[in-house]
Design a protein around this ligand. Structure first.
Ligand code: DQA
Length: 143
């Protein structure tokens, strides 16, 4: 069964209580179970992780390259400024693997600093604005 890493950056562990008017009422555990149910319906194994640490996220991106895993990545605020995350993300697509950048909200309809993604230029593609549906659509594309 093909494994997909679903990696989530800072503050996404606070889903449910964090700005629910923007991110919805589902908490991270609920997001994980929706994603895992969809993945198994598609014949994929989803390894869903969240970290507030840039170093840990980069380590996981390296692991994806080393294990040949496609990645669905919500870089959260790292999206907008982390060149280190971008450089690690670039290794995924250079290795011939898929990297789908996802966002719960549509950053382009929000504050101006969110309009820039330093990740998108090295991603296979981007899905934003559909809540948990962004992840589910990304899984369809990986499958
Ligand atoms: C986010 C959008 C980012 O701008 C923000 O920093 C997040 C979440 C999203 O999923 O909508 O933490 O990536």
């Amino acid at each position: 069964m093909s494994k997909v890493l679903i990696l989530n950056g800072p503050n996404l562990g606070r889903l449910g209580s964090r700005e629910p008017e923007i991110y919805g009422s589902a908490d991270f555990a609920e997001l994980t179970s929706h994603v895992q149910a969809k993945a198994s319906a598609l014949g994929l194994t989803a390894d869903v992780r969240q970290t507030d640490s840039e170093a840990e996220l980069i380590k996981w991106l390296h692991e994806a390259v080393d294990t040949g895993s496609n990645v669905i990545l919500n870089p959260a605020a790292f999206t907008h400024y982390s060149y280190a995350t971008r450089d690690a993300a670039a290794l995924i697509t250079k290795a011939g693997l898929k990297l789908i950048e996802v966002h719960l909200s549509n950053p382009h309809s929000r504050e101006e600093f969110r309009h820039t993604s330093v990740i998108s230029g090295v991603a296979t593609g981007v899905i934003a604005g559909f809540g948990v549906g962004s992840y589910l659509a990304a899984l369809d594309l990986v499958a």
